[in-house]
Design a protein around this ligand. Structure first.
Ligand code: AMP
Length: 409
């Protein structure tokens, strides 16, 4: 097994890795870092929470330390594309931390905030630029970004880019980059369009897959609660009152729904905040910071806004509504059980959502246990259950670490 001393990182980086509390490299880190340090292209099929950010950031920083290039004005040495502003900020935050003792520059570029500061940072030239596709493309089209010194390109969460409709923008950006560069592509799943992009973009890449496609993180305890719509808030309050429920991310289908949950929690004196695309960047940052700092126990999110959320201590993810797209179930519950911790994912399901639940179970290939031992359990009609049971995955969740009574299915 490798350890962080075996990679040949500089003392500055090693000190920051220690300060961050990392003791052992995660599988994606031990498998990729030695190759990335040598400049090999990489295709990483990596789940959220796998430690992929450090896997690419640390070698990039080491390579910057080892090189003597001076970055000219408006030039970028390394471009990292991420699908959401939160993820972009988070990546840059990590990079700043790992590189704190180094002399290098980094900045972020994303929409929803004024361009002037971003342009100012760019005008001096930056070593590492972390950007979302839309705003970056704007600035490229305005002639404000120069890629002639670019030597490294990272495309993170490529499948999310595809889901969010950014693939065309991503391809346009790629067409502006120099042909010869060190390229890394990360994706949790490998839909055909991403496979094709990888094929055209990467040169003899090292392929690493740290978890099979579309499986959910093993350490997450998953449960479903059948419920009547009118009882949902009562059940939520009941769950939130349990002592083990310390830090909770709640997912709602709509922004309106997320705001309503926050209002209702407020009435019950539970501190929470909503994070979704209609909120200003400031409000989103503030909500995330208070959640991270433990000042609020509950963050209520829509799918898109939550993509980049990386908060170590989320004990519970609650699906207040089932996602329309079953892939989002995987993204959602991956927000708990980060980097080897245990986590708990609870899905509230009303009768009209049984078909969505079936889609989720088909996607993850397992039946999620239904908890009967809860005050608002709703017995669904036999017809609805029969329909639900048809063509369900046979495999049951292996780990049964709840004391609750479960439905035999
Ligand atoms: P990522 O998959 O990059 O979003 O990382 C998920 C979480 O794992 C982050 O909170 C990281 O700080 C943490 N992490 C990354 N590498 C390690 C490591 N080697 N040991 C412990 N935690 C880590």
């Amino acid at each position: 097994m490798s350890d962080f001393n075996s990679f040949g990182f500089s003392s500055q980086l090693k000190a920051q890795i220690r300060l961050k509390g990392y003791e052992t490299p995660t599988p994606i880190q031990s498998q990729s870092i030695p190759h990335l340090l040598k400049g090999r292209d990489l295709l990483g099929i990596a789940q959220t929470g796998s430690g992929k950010t450090a896997a690419f950031s640390l070698p990039i920083l080491q390579r910057i330390l080892d090189s003597k290039i001076t970055i000219e004005s408006n030039c970028v040495r390394c471009l990292i594309l991420a699908p959401t502003r939160e993820l972009a900020s988070q990546i840059e935050g990590n990079i700043k931390f790992y590189g704190e003792k180094m002399n290098f520059t980094s900045t972020t570029i994303f929409g929803g905030v004024s361009k002037s500061k971003q342009l100012e940072a760019l005008s001096e030239g930056v070593d590492i630029l972390v950007a979302t596709p839309g705003r970056l493309l704007d600035l490229i089209e305005d002639g404000r970004v120069d890629f002639s010194q670019l030597d490294t390109f990272v495309l993170d969460e490529a499948d999310t880019m595809l889901d969010m409709g950014f693939l065309k923008d991503v391809k346009t950006i790629i067409s502006k980059l120099p042909k010869s560069k060190h390229t890394l592509l990360f994706s949790a799943t490998m839909p055909q369009a991403i496979g094709e992009l990888a094929e055209s973009l990467l040169d003899d890449p090292l392929k690493i897959s740290v978890a099979p496609e579309a499986t959910t993180v093993e350490t997450i305890k998953q449960e479903v609660y059948f419920i009547d719509k009118k009882d949902k808030m009562y059940l939520l309050l009941n769950i939130l009152a349990k002592p083990e429920v310390k830090s909770v991310l709640i997912f709602c289908k709509t922004k309106f729904g997320a705001n309503r949950v926050v209002e209702q929690l407020d009435i019950s004196m539970i501190k929470s905040a909503a994070i979704h695309s209609s909120k200003s960047q400031n409000a989103r940052d503030k909500a995330l910071d208070s959640f991270r700092a433990g000042e609020i126990k509950v963050l209520v999110a829509s799918d898109i806004a939550a993509r980049g959320i990386d908060v170590d201590h989320v004990t519970h993810v609650i699906n207040y509504n089932l996602p329309e797209d079953p892939s989002n179930y995987i993204h959602r519950i991956g927000r708990t059980a980060r980097a080897g911790r245990n986590g708990h994912a609870i899905t509230l399901c009303v009768i009209g959502e049984l078909s969505l639940l079936k889609n989720v179970e088909t996607k993850i290939g397992i039946s999620i246990p239904v908890i009967l031992d809860q005050p608002f359990h709703k017995e669904f009609s036999q017809d609805a259950l029969n329909e639900f049971k048809k063509s369900k995955p046979a495999k049951k969740i292996k780990k049964n670490n709840s004391h609750s009574r479960r439905r035999k299915r």
